[in-house]
Design a protein around this ligand. Structure first.
Ligand code: EPS
Length: 390
């Protein structure tokens, strides 16, 4: 399976085209819209989220509630487009119109794609960069991921996300609640935090950052239950599934790092305290007595829950901007101010969930390839039985 996205933040629409889905999989627009609205929530979002109410238009590949096996096109309109038709339109502008358009950006924001993107593509107006590098694009990554999530859920695989840390405040989680419970608690929290007390402190810190014209980052965690063991491969570097997940996480706007299970702590412990002992029983087959490795050994799923975390840096658009240089005059200036969010970590958790869902569904489709969804259901079930009895 593969997908492409297109669209600028203030252009007419965002689009994802998914290719390689099996035919006969149930899919309706509410499967996608519910996920889109989860991404729009979260304490710390800016005014743009009041303008947008993201909903999908499925324009191909689905008929009467089932996939056809042909490419699925998902389109999400930008409501804000109506204010940007001239500035972002595809039609050429004459000299006067160009001069009138006082929105040319020549002062790159430190930490953003502005300067590198402008020099790479030769853009003197950095709007040409920021419109596409904007995290608005994650809307359609979630749309594509929600189709993958639907495929996983029909195979009995559950996935959720929550926020572990914002601006240095950590959730105190002694033991994970069952996954359905975890979904409910994180959904009810404005910062997707499982620890109510820490969640309140996170919100206060976000408000403080906003007042100071600053931004804050954090750590999100995605948890998956029900993946059959043996998905991915150890035989070649580009078939390792944990590596694909790591790439998907770091590709999310503003993400700088990734960890599985106990992650970087593994460097500080002896092997006897890191590796998960193996056991077997009739109902579950092989399982691990702990899950320090977060569901992966040798680039393959172990059948234990997948636990993957991503670290998000603070958003680089600051209302109290940092020093930069004007690319026209080469003079020092403070960076340009753009409307933005003071913290988007809760929304980023939802994005990470969908990035992970995509990689898992795609790995299942390449390992248990099926043209018909029914066949996929059967082969994944066969793998579970085989692994249990192995
Ligand atoms: C973003 C800037 C803001 C955010 C946007 C990401 O948009 P605007 O410039 O229109 O105010 O709200 O995020 C979204 C629009 C979204 O859907 O997540 C940026 O520069 O990355």
């Amino acid at each position: 399976m593969r997908y492409l996205t297109s669209g600028e933040s203030h252009g007419p629409q965002l689009t994802a085209i998914i290719e390689g889905l099996p035919a006969g999989m149930p899919l309706v627009d509410s499967d996608i819209n519910e996920e889109l609205s989860r991404r729009q929530k979260g304490h710390g979002r800016g005014r743009r989220m009041q303008i947008e109410k993201d909903t999908v238009n499925i324009t191909s590949g689905v008929r009467h509630g089932y996939t056809l096996g042909s490419p699925v096109c998902l389109a999400v309109e930008n409501n804000d487009w109506k204010h940007w038709t001239k500035i972002m339109g595809a039609e050429p502008l004459n000299e006067d119109e160009l001069a009138e358009m006082k929105r040319v950006i020549s002062r790159p924001r430190p930490g953003h794609a502005d300067l590198n993107g402008a020099l790479k593509y030769g853009h003197r107006d950095m709007r040409n960069v920021l419109e596409r590098s904007s995290a608005r694009e994650t809307t359609v990554r979630v749309a594509a991921g929600s189709v993958a999530k639907k495929l996983l859920s029909l195979l009995g695989i559950k996935i959720t996300s929550h926020v572990r840390e914002i601006g240095g405040i950590s959730a105190d989680i002694k033991e994970y609640p069952p996954i359905d419970e975890m979904m409910k608690i994180s959904e009810a929290s404005p910062v997707r935090c499982l620890d109510e007390n820490a969640g309140q402190k996170m919100m206060n810190l976000i408000d403080e950052a906003k007042q100071n014209g600053d931004s804050i980052g954090g750590i999100v965690e995605v948890i998956v239950e029900g993946m059959p063991p043996g998905v991915g491969s150890y035989v070649h570097y580009d078939r390792k599934l944990d590596a694909k997940l790591a790439s998907a996480i770091v590709s999310i706007n503003a993400f700088k790092g990734v960890e599985f299970g106990i992650g970087f702590q593994a460097a500080r412990k002896p092997g006897s305290e890191v590796h998960d002992e193996i056991a077997w029983n009739e109902t579950d087959g092989y399982y691990r007595k702990s899950n320090n490795l977060g569901g992966f050994e040798g680039g393959m799923t172990t059948g234990m829950p997948i636990v993957v975390r991503g670290v998000m840096k603070p958003i680089p658009t600051l209302y109290k901007p940092l020093q930069s240089v004007d690319i026209e005059t080469k003079e020092p200036f403070t960076a340009s101010i753009e409307r933005s969010d003071s913290c988007a970590v809760p929304a980023a958790a939802v994005v990470a969930e969908h990035a992970v869902a995509w990689e898992l569904a795609s790995a299942l489709m390449s390992q248990f390839y099926a043209d018909r969804f029914e066949t996929l259901l059967e082969t994944v079930e066969m793998q579970r039985t085989y692994a249990r009895e192995f």
